[in-house]
Structures are given as C-alpha cells and as structure tokens.
Design a protein around this ligand. Structure first.
Ligand code: KG4
Length: 339
C-alpha cells in the first residue's frame, strides 16, 4: 500500500508544502516573502507573520495540486530546525494541529539532513539516478557550509564545516560591499559569467582538516575595495564583472579544495551538492571538471530543490516514517545547528 506524506517547511523566509506518494513527488508549493527585500536581509518577525498568513493557503494548494485529500495523508513531516524560531514555530504548530486533527503520526525533520536527502526525490515517470551510500555531500547555503559523509538515509556525519561564515554569507556580504541587492549570490553568479576570474587575487584561508573559513575573505575583499576606491571612486562600477568572477572563483576553489581532500582521504567517489549555493554555475562547472579528473560520479540537484522547499522535508519524512521514527507533540523547534 502506498504512503502519502505531507511535508511542511518554514525555517526561514519561504513557506512551503509538498505532497509525496512514497518517494514520488506529487506537489511542491512555495510562497516567497518579498517583504524582506527593502531591508537587505530576512527580518525574523516579519518572516513569522508572513508564514502565518501563507501556511494554510500553501498547504491547501499543495493538496489540490497533488489531487489528494487531507484524510488520505498518512503522516505529516515538518522542519524542526535549525532556523528562525518564530518561523519554525508556525510550521511546527501547523504540523502538530494537522496530525492531531487527522489522527496521523508526526515526523520531525532536520533541515540540513533534508537538503542532503533532496537527492532521493523521484519525479513521476522519470528514472533519475540517485547516489549510493556512502557518499559525500557538499552542503552549502546561506547558513551552512559542510562536508557530510552520508552513510544511510538516517546516518550522517559532518566531516568538515565552516568555523565562521557560510559560503552563501560570503557571497551575500561581498555583494553588499559592492552595493548589490540581497541576496547577492545569484547576482554575483550572473555578473561573473561576463568577467575575468583571474583579474584579481584574494587571500585563501589556511585551515586544518576539512573545515572552512570565509570571514577572512570577506574582510580582504572589503579592504581591497576600500584601497582601490581611494584612487578611483568608480572602481567597483568599472570592474564589477571582474570582481564578481574573481570572488566567485576564490569561493569555489576554497570549497572544492577541501572536498577533493576529504573524498581522497575517505576513499569516496560519489559526490553530491546541496543547499542554495549549489545553484552557483561556477561551483557546478568546477565540480564537473574535478569529477572528470578524479573519476567521481556526481549528483547535482534540480534547481527547484537547492533552495528551501518542502519536497526535501517530505522525502526525509518518508524515510523516517518507514523506520517508525515518529516525533512527540511535546517536541519544540530548535534554532541552532544540531546535525
Ligand atoms: O539554502 P538557501 O536557500 O537558504 C538559506 O541558507 O537560508 O541558501 C541561500 C543562499 C544565499 O546566501 C544566496 O545568496 C545563495 O544561497 N545563492 C547563491 C546562488 N543562488 C543562491 N550563491 C551563489 N550563486 C548562486 N547562483
């Protein structure tokens, strides 16, 4: 008999609901929040209020798209954390209410695990290849930069992570220095395509093991621009494309150097990307060429599953449901990283 899962995601500024029939996606609705644009970042209180307004229509639409009735759902999976507390509370409370009203189990999902397991989402009538265990996943987003050794659907080990800023934060903060709108990552990616990646050199960190650090790069980028602007007030405007291309190359090199080292030492040759920064074209191209050199098999998620979405929550919930890993109604959300 098939299992129908409803997934709910509300960890930051996207309200999302998805319906799955076993491992197959039937629907995935996302309501973005434009309210933050004028603030240059997500305003937590505004995010929770928007989730509150969006959650019911989004779930309703996801059920309709899937052609599934609320009473057909076998379990509801929700993001328990990490994320913004007010935002998480909206999704968590909704999921608990839905589970109680329909007398079905509740499954809590770690948002970071879900980014990794997005690789197992099956499209209807599509035979997509999925990674085999164990594989390494480079999880890069606005809040995290980690190399994860994935041993099974429920067993994951973080082998390296950032000791300060995340890669997405480095993109966004450097974009801000250039007066680009938030989030700057996608715009840097776009401008980088027309620039010279070797035009400028920025310092790379020397960190032991497989850990990352991006705060030094942000500072050196800031100081470099400050020095140049003293001589030429139009320096940024005149060199924007080259600056973006050089910065992107530096970030991608930092990410791939450690990934290559980890894969070699751990003798893993299946490599996956996950998280919002995995949409970056430089990172995707860099991974593909490294994979050719190292004879890796790589897995790059569909664009729709790189950013925050409930489809990844539903698939993770499905695997936990299969193992009988249910949540308690007393479980509160967690805002900090617990892998
Ligand atoms: O996983 P995600 O959607 O959510 C959070 O971590 O909250 O990641 C968002 C991050 C932002 O920092 C954004 O600038 C970055 O992903 N990002 C990109 C690109 N698309 C999104 N960074 C570089 N290039 C992109 N194409």
């Amino acid at each position: 008999m098939s299992t129908y899962i409803l997934g709910i995601e509300s960890s930051c500024d996207d309200t999302s609901a998805a319906v799955f029939k076993d491992e197959v996606i039937l629907s995935n609705r996302i309501a973005n929040q434009d309210v933050h644009k004028s603030y240059g970042g997500v305003v937590p209180e505004l995010a929770s209020r928007a989730h509150q307004q969006n959650i019911i229509p989004v779930v309703d639409q996801a059920l309709k798209d899937a052609g599934v009735d609320a009473k057909d759902i076998n379990a509801v999976a929700f993001t328990r954390g990490p994320g913004l507390m007010g935002s998480l509370l909206v999704g968590t409370s909704f999921a608990k209410g839905f589970a109680l009203a329909n007398n079905i189990p509740l499954v809590e999902v770690n948002h970071l695990h879900a980014h990794v397991l997005a690789h197992f989402i099956k499209e209807p009538n599509e035979d997509t290849e999925h990674p085999e265990f164990p594989f390494l996943c480079l999880l890069v987003s606005g809040g995290n930069s980690q190399i994860v050794l994935v041993k099974s659907y429920t067993e994951m080990e973080v082998v390296g992570q950032t000791i300060d800023d995340a890669a997405g934060e480095a993109f966004d903060k450097c974009a801000k220095v250039m007066d680009l709108p938030y989030p700057g990552g996608p715009l840097i990616d776009k401008l980088a395509k027309e620039g010279n990646p070797d035009a400028f050199q920025f310092a790379k960190p020397r960190i032991k093991g497989y850990d990352y650090s991006f705060s030094g790069l942000k500072t050196s980028f800031l100081y470099f621009l400050r020095d140049q602007l003293k001589f030429n007030p139009d320096f940024i405007e005149e060199n924007k494309r080259d600056l973006c291309a050089s910065l992107q190359k530096t970030i991608v090199d930092i990410l791939l150097d450690k990934l290559e080292k980890a894969a070699k030492d751990l003798k893993v040759n299946q490599i996956a990307l996950a998280g919002g920064v995995s949409a970056n074209s430089g990172l995707r191209e860099g991974l593909v060429s490294l994979a050719q050199k190292r004879k890796w098999k790589t897995f790059i998620p569909k664009f729709a599953y790189t950013t925050d979405n409930a489809a990844m929550i539903a698939i993770t919930g499905y695997f936990k449901f299969q193992e009988g890993q249910y949540a308690n109604h007393e479980d509160a959300p967690f805002s900090r990283v617990v892998f």
